[in-house]
Design a binder for this molecule. Sequence first.
Ligand code: AMP
Ligand code: GLY
Length: 429
Amino acid sequence: MKVLVIGAGGREHALAWKLTQSPHVQMVYVAPGNAGVGRDKNLQVVNLTDVVALREWAQHNDIGLTVVGPEAPLAAGVVDEFRAHGLRIFGPTQAAAQLESSKAFSKAFMERHGIPTAQYQAFEDAALAHAYVNQHGAPIVVKADGLAAGKGVVVATTLEEAHAAIDNMLLDNSLGVQHNAGRARVVIEEFLDGEEASFMVIAHGLVAVPLATSQDHKRLLDNDQGPNTGGMGAYSPAPVVTPEIHARVMREVIQPTLKGMQADGIPYTGFLYAGLMIGPQGQLKVLEFNCRMGDPETQPILMRLKSDLLEALLSATDTDPAALTKVELHWDRRFALGVVLAAANYPSTPRKGDAIQGLSADQDAVMVFHAATQVVDKQIVSNGGRVLCVTALGDTVRQAQVHAYEVVDAIHFDGMQYRRDIGHRAVRK
Ligand code: AMP
Ligand code: GLY
């Protein structure tokens, strides 16, 4: 079978790499892909991003399954477009993708269906938002309603920061948020204390098969300092998700979400990602939903997946959702840990075009997944914010960390930024 993966990041490189390992797969195409995709003989780049053009290309090229990596094509309705032409595609419809694309939608959804989340209120009027913040005090969290590439959230430790974030999101839009229905809106919510974890499932109707757990590192700098980013590194599994918490997440979050979507007339098919905050006494709250796998969490998760991903995704796109109940995923017992190498000036205005040195051949236990890379005059150069994700396996988090950083130390590009402490919470335990 020929498979198409839509996207250009490290997550899509990892998805495509994993799919090529299926004996049923003849070729994996990645649109628009990156330089790492172009280096693998089983992978091929397709230079398209427009939803209709992708659908036409998939039809003409006899693509058996399309897997959507990022949120933007989902929010643009790529699944609706493919399905309307009888093409098999794994991902939520445009309506279902609102779980991620609109914070106001997802907060109201969680409230309606009793899914645990932070107290909140949504505002379009800046004066009312300022008054709410004054009334509740800091710390407090201000979120833009609309896709913002992981950068639309300000965890304000002071009232000044909260007021500035409101003005920024409602008046100037300097973050470049893609507004829903053309209107700027913010969600202001209670600050939650605890440890975060990323919990993803393959979902189809009411059936969910959990993927391995993971933990991301959202802040740019060591010791969780600096601005929020799309994610600077991740490891899997996340020890904070104990077997007991795992069972609670399935029961209190995943199942009610799938039931709620079905009840609301927008049944969910696709990867479903719950960003969790686990409090010091085991309190469980959903910070956000994403309608896709996490980046960089996908890279360590898929390095540990032993089962055939294609078979699982075919079951998850079967006309009978019960097909997915037969899928059981097997995981490498080892830990996997990925370190993101980002460009100069990431996350605000990443510089492009820096030549990347020291890329070696991939090995069994270490993979260098490409994200924003391209080839210019036979040289691989950076092409955006997150450039590479070096991902390694190890018997312990510490060993995975040592392996990953050995490979990181050999790679260089001007302005390269990365954290030295990926995995710190699990190493300390
Ligand atoms: P989100 O995009 O909603 O997941 O937010 C991005 C990041 O901001 C999260 O991964 C958390 O680190 C932080 N964050 C979001 N909401 C809260 C909250 N209510 N309390 C504390 N931190 C939060
Ligand atoms: N790494 C977090 C995300 O993909 O949203």
